[in-house]
Design a protein around this ligand. Structure first.
Ligand SMILES: Cc1cc2nc3c(=O)[nH]c(=O)nc-3n(C[C@H](O)[C@H](O)[C@H](O)COP(=O)(O)OP(=O)(O)OC[C@H]3O[C@@H](n4cnc5c(N)ncnc54)[C@H](O)[C@@H]3O)c2cc1C
Length: 459
């Protein structure tokens, strides 16, 4: 007898299996490796880390550290095993990846309620199910997902632009306006960073010389074949060219492309700038702005260095850096509830990177909630929605309410949280205030649950 099927034994699927099994469900966990490998994994272990061995900061007044603290309080198995597998890395939690994956595998293999089956799943199972097949979901299952969601709703590639925290933009230099004064707000919908010729030339020079991330072979195949970034949608691939590739086509390519100044007058000079970088609001709270047309494959440090040359962005804080890589993810704003349920089928949950949550710890966190909520549903209780003041609650709110215009995966950052009741100017004090409020909201949420439902730390 099986109560719950989980597809994918990566970070999210492993955490989900543990959470559901601990709550008494009999879980069947399908993991296709080692019989069928993904292009990035190299072992048959559950919860293999495909790239970096770092799970990011442990400082609770940083967004990633706050998310870890929330996971700790919610009784995450994978966080505990990561801490047990830690290697020295200053204030970051870095792990010995083999020890970590082996520990997760052993914990799940030994759990009496979990059966692990090393097989590829090629159809969406009937009955209570969590799909956690990750950014490298197998082709057959991807086809089944297209069938489930419709072709337009499943994405296969990320070509994402950086996101800047609004408070870090210097509005003494930048100005609000929409091209030709068209815009919903009187002040204009975009934040515009004006450049003169010398600034533009220096920026283009730095951009074309900046260091790029090497693409892996399987990523190069996707990029060079140019299949379009969306499954089944013949969007012209040129539209997603990295900005540094476009810049190499000629000195004026950007000034006639994404940085064109037409229809924009800088109110300080009364003139049209030589070029303009536009920033578009990215979340409803207006705390995050994405850099329009700036999808990029530069190394993160290079993005910080080069993009801070843009007038007004000298002190920019990046909530997310631009990236290009293979990534299967759903159009969550139309398909998922913040409980991680599929809107059209309440007994079907999604977890991990496929939901549009980015990063190892965020993926573990969605697995935790999906496993818990699946157990609640099986036991006749309504699935939980976490408070939006918590980092996990805010991430799930973001992916399920994000702009339909250009939804892209998101990782933990303070810009997702509802604004504080009072403005706190100092950046570190503000971060501490966000963290304190998040943990208080989480504790109150947990205390409001019946005692037998409150998360217990893993043994
Ligand atoms: C190349 C690459 C590098 C990344 N590097 C980082 C990084 O350095 N830091 C970071 O924070 N995030 C990184 N990410 C993003 C993300 O955090 C990780 O991919 C993370 O492992 C995702 O967790 P997950 O549980 O959603 O998927 P995964 O951990 O990938 O787990 C999904 C599992 O499902 C299995 N599976 C797939 N299809 C099927 C099927 N049909 N049937 C059965 N099993 C199936 C896979 O074998 C896999 O084990 C990276 C992503 C990629 C693609």
């Amino acid at each position: 007898m099986t109560d719950l099927i989980i597809v994918g034994g990566g970070l999210a699927g492993s955490e989900a299996a543990w959470q559901a099994a601990q709550r008494g469900l009999r879980v069947r966990l399908y993991e296709m490796r080692p019989r069928k490998m993904t292009p990035a994994h190299t072992t048959g272990y559950l919860a293999e880390l495909v790239c970096s061995n770092s799970l990011g900061t442990t400082l609770v007044d940083r967004a990633g550290g706050l998310l870890k603290e929330e996971l700790r309080r919610l009784g995450s198995l994978l966080l505990r095993l990561a801490e047990e597998s830690a290697v020295p890395a200053g204030s970051a939690l870095a792990v010995d990846r083999t020890v970590f994956a082996a520990k997760v595998t052993a914990a799940l293999e030994q759990h009496p309620n979990i059966t692990i089956i090393h097989e590829e799943v090629t159809t969406i199972p009937a009955g209570l199910t969590i799909i956690a097949s990750g950014p490298l979901t197998s082709d057959a299952l991807s086809q089944a997902l297209i069938h489930l969601t419709g072709q337009e709703q499943l994405y296969f590639f990320d070509a994402i632009a950086p996101i800047v925290v609004a408070e870090s933009i210097n509005m003494d230099i930048c100005f609000r306006a929409s091209r030709y004064g068209r815009g919903a707000q009187d002040a204009g919908d975009y934040i515009n960073c004006p450049m003169n010729k010398a600034e533009y030339d220096a920026f283009v020079d730095a951009l074309v010389q900046a260091e790029r991330i090497e693409l892996r072979d399987f990523e190069r195949v996707y990029l060079e074949a140019g299949p379009g970034v969306k499954a089944g949608k013949s969007r012209f691939f040129e539209g997603c060219l990295p900005i540094e590739v476009l810049a190499r086509r000629g000195r004026e390519a950007l000034a006639y492309g994404p940085l064109r100044p037409v229809g924009l007058i800088d109110p300080r000079t009364g003139q049209r700038p030589y070029a303009v970088v536009q920033l578009r609001q990215d979340n409803l709270a207006g705390t995050l702005y994405n850099m329009v047309g700036f999808q990029t494959n530069l190394k993160f440090g290079e993005q910080r260095r080069v993009f801070r040359m843009i007038p007004g962005l000298e002190q920019a804080e990046f909530a997310r850096y631009g990236q290009m890589h293979r990534n299967t993810f759903l159009f969550a704003p139309a398909l998922l509830w913040p409980t991680l349920q599929f809107r059209q089928r309440e007994d079907l949950f999604f977890a991990g990177q496929i939901t549009g949550v980015e990063g190892y710890v965020g993926n573990i966190a969605t697995g935790l909630l999906a496993g818990w909520n699946a157990a609640r549903l099986a036991q006749g209780r309504a699935p939980l929605v976490l408070p939006p003041e918590t980092m996990l609650g805010a991430l799930l709110h973001y992916i399920t309410h994000a702009s339909e215009h250009d939804f892209q995966p998101m990782k933990a950052n303070f810009g997702l949280l509802p604004p504080l009741p009072r403005r706190v100017r100092d950046k570190r004090a503000r971060a501490r205030a966000y963290s304190q409020r998040a943990l208080q909201a989480l504790d109150a949420f947990v205390q409001a649950l019946p005692p037998e439902e409150r998360p217990a730390p893993p043994p």
